[in-house]
Ligand binder design. Structure first.
Ligand code: CA
Length: 625
């Protein structure tokens, strides 16, 4: 009898210890959900040794379905979260009706007005930065035992130690410049052994890279930015992840990634996505091929993968209270899959904005990827993506200023022609504009002359769409892509305590670390950029106005941005000669001759005069009120 009691107690203890919360369940994703979401049928992925042999129940939660794959280590459990109260629910995984694992799952209360969050729009200016290269706000996270690559600032492609705290420390700088929205390149864990600093090969989609900070720090960064009236968008990578993603060691299903088997490289020909004459093999190799060997290509035509990616993005939007999204390599994705992904995110957050990277060299191709595109409609396709990037404007700006004399199709005509093609877009006002980004040649490597920069920045800040600055643009930072990507991703001077120069502060300011501030040239770049971006914040005409452009003559380009109550006249003289502009040509827009102001020089301008003199390589932004 005594021994029987002993056995009984022993077995109770054994069952109890086996049933401890989350024990040996390696992963539960998403780690929680929220009550009252549009996406209320949540597919929870449970990962643990041989768990597909177990049955599952959950008190208070309706299980809508349990999906198994050929890998016994996964269960995809769909639960209904509509009309349920926030709280902790418990899953029981049972073997022969006995609880083997007990898993608590939290349904949280949604933040107020979460659904209504406004994305970014043409009243905003984006500031794109690479967190590893912007500022090192915390040296304690420079190295982390849970990730492979350690800090080595002497390696151009190494980890340099920049982090989330570094961004938080310089919110005032970004705001002072006149930017309103921060776009950090991806912040989630990238555990590659080298070149992990760009963080596009992610290894855990639910964890901020520890060298940048914690999930909590990410969330706090967004809170701090919001206090400064700055928005934050997340850089999302649904096309691929890193080869060191934990799931690569135990794929849920063979078709989770594109297999050939194993590796085949993308042909990078995104035009195969809309070419009516395309061969099947070329189209397949664009979409299914891997971006590079270290980035396995995700298969969004598999509903499990697609749902995983949808939920992951909604989870971060909700968790970190993000304002919007930028999508990496948008046009490399399975095009039906990525359209479903985009539609789901927009259904959850109808007022947000998502800009996709569509690196094309033709406006029809760019338009194809924008929501309700008249071009894509020809093929009955709709991406549901609100915003695309103006790579053709970048192409024009990369050439126009080196063409001193205007031939038929050169110089300012390139820029003019870019906007002629606005008829191809459903919404030309929701297009991202840029002189450079983390993948392109630095503008100031192409044009060493600050005069060219001022012309380009004048255009960027005043044409339709949403301007984007790339960290360092505003101080004339150089870099040559032909020397490798690291050369266009230099550390921002002053972001590290040991930096001799600190470009975060003006040349006149004194600071404790005896660093010098911006030099004279950097200050000139910064002050010009700051002046027109800050002016732009209050110019409704530039943000929302109709565009009327005039054919460039002698490499001089004139356009207007027009609202019923205010107008802006922009003049860009890209020639090496002073020019005399005959104002009668513009009388359809400027009928009267009120005193107006050039916001660049502050000079008064009388547009009632017959002529206006404009200097060589000079731009004017004239406010007509
Ligand atoms: Ca750091």
């Amino acid at each position: 009898m005594k021994s029987n009691v002993f056995i009984l107690i022993f077995s109770i203890i054994s069952v109890y210890s086996l049933a401890q919360k989350n024990q040996t369940l390696a992963h539960i994703e998403p780690p929680n959900w929220w009550a009252g979401m549009e996406h209320h049928e949540v597919e929870i992925m449970l990962h643990g040794k041989n768990i597909s042999n177990l049955t599952i129940d959950a008190k208070g939660l309706t299980i809508l379905g349990v999906q198994k794959t050929e890998n016994p280590n996964y269960l995809f459990v769909t639960v209904e979260t509509k009309n349920i109260a926030a709280g902790t629910y418990t899953f029981h995984l049972l073997e022969n009706k006995k609880v083997k694992y007990q898993v608590d799952y939290e349904i949280k209360t949604r933040a107020e007005n979460s659904k209504e969050r406004m994305g970014f729009n043409n009243s905003d200016v984006l500031y794109l930065l690479m967190p590893d290269r912007f500022a090192n706000g915390k040296i304690s996270n420079d190295n982390d035992p849970t990730v492979v690559e350690k800090m080595n600032r002497s390696l151009p492609g190494g980890r340099h130690g920049g982090d989330i705290q570094g961004i938080v420390d310089h919110l005032d700088y970004i705001k002072d410049l006149g930017a309103t929205t921060i776009w950090p390149t991806p912040l989630l864990e990238d555990n590659d052994s080298a070149y992990s600093y760009h963080t596009y090969g992610q290894s855990d989609l639910y964890r901020v890279d520890p060298r940048y900070g914690t999930n909590e720090e990410y969330k706090n960064f967004v809170t701090e930015a919001h206090k400064e009236s700055l928005k934050v968008i997340q850089d999302v990578v649904p096309n691929h992840w890193g080869s060191r993603h934990w799931m690569m060691n135990d794929l849920p299903t063979y078709t989770w990634i594109h297999q050939f088997p194993g590796y085949a490289q993308s042909n990078y020909r995104m035009s195969t996505q809309m070419d009516p004459n395309v061969s099947a093999i070329d189209q397949k190799m664009c979409v299914d091929g891997w971006f590079v060997r270290s980035m396995p290509d995700l298969n969004q035509s598999n509903p499990l993968v697609l749902n995983y990616l949808v939920q992951n993005t909604i989870w971060w939007m909700e968790y970190a209270n993000l304002d919007g999204l930028r999508v990496d390599t948008y046009s490399y994705n399975d095009k039906e899959g990525i359209a479903k992904w985009t539609k789901k995110i927009m259904e959850e957050y109808p007022n947000t904005n998502i800009v996709g990277e569509v690196w094309m060299h033709d406006q029809a191709h760019q338009s194809y990827w924008q929501k309700n595109s008249p071009i894509a409609a020809i093929q009955s396709y709709n991406s549901h993506l609100p915003s695309v990037m103006d790579f053709t404007l970048l192409d024009a700006l990369n050439q126009a200023f080196n063409e001193k004399n205007q031939n038929w199709d050169q110089g300012m005509v390139r820029v003019y022609e870019n906007f002629v093609n606005d008829f191809l877009y459903d919404n030309p006002n929701n297009i991202l504009l840029f002189l450079e980004n983390h993948d392109t040649q630095r503008f100031n490597e192409i044009y060493a002359n600050i005069a060219d920069y001022k012309l380009a920045m004048t255009i960027l800040a005043t044409v339709r769409g949403i301007p984007q600055i790339y960290y360092g643009t505003e101080i004339g930072m150089k870099g040559n892509k032909n020397l490798g990507d690291a050369d266009i991703r230099h550390d921002f001077p002053g972001g590290w305590k040991e930096d001799k120069d600190n470009a975060f502060v003006s040349k006149d300011s004194k600071n404790e670390n005896s660093q010098s501030g911006r030099n004279q040239t950097q200050d000139e770049y910064f002050n010009f950029t700051k002046k027109i971006l800050n002016w732009r914040l209050n110019s409704k005409a530039v943000q929302e106005g109709k565009t009327i452009q005039f054919l460039p003559e002698n490499n001089l380009y004139v356009f207007f941005r027009i609202l019923p109550t205010e107008k802006v006249m922009v003049i860009v003289n890209n020639s090496n000669d002073q020019q005399i502009l005959t104002l009668n040509r513009f009388r359809e827009v400027i009928s009267t001759g009120k005193m107006c102001k050039d916001i660049i020089t502050g000079n008064n301008i009388n547009l009632a005069n017959e002529k206006l003199i404009i200097g060589a390589k000079t731009s004017m932004i004239i406010e007509i009120k």
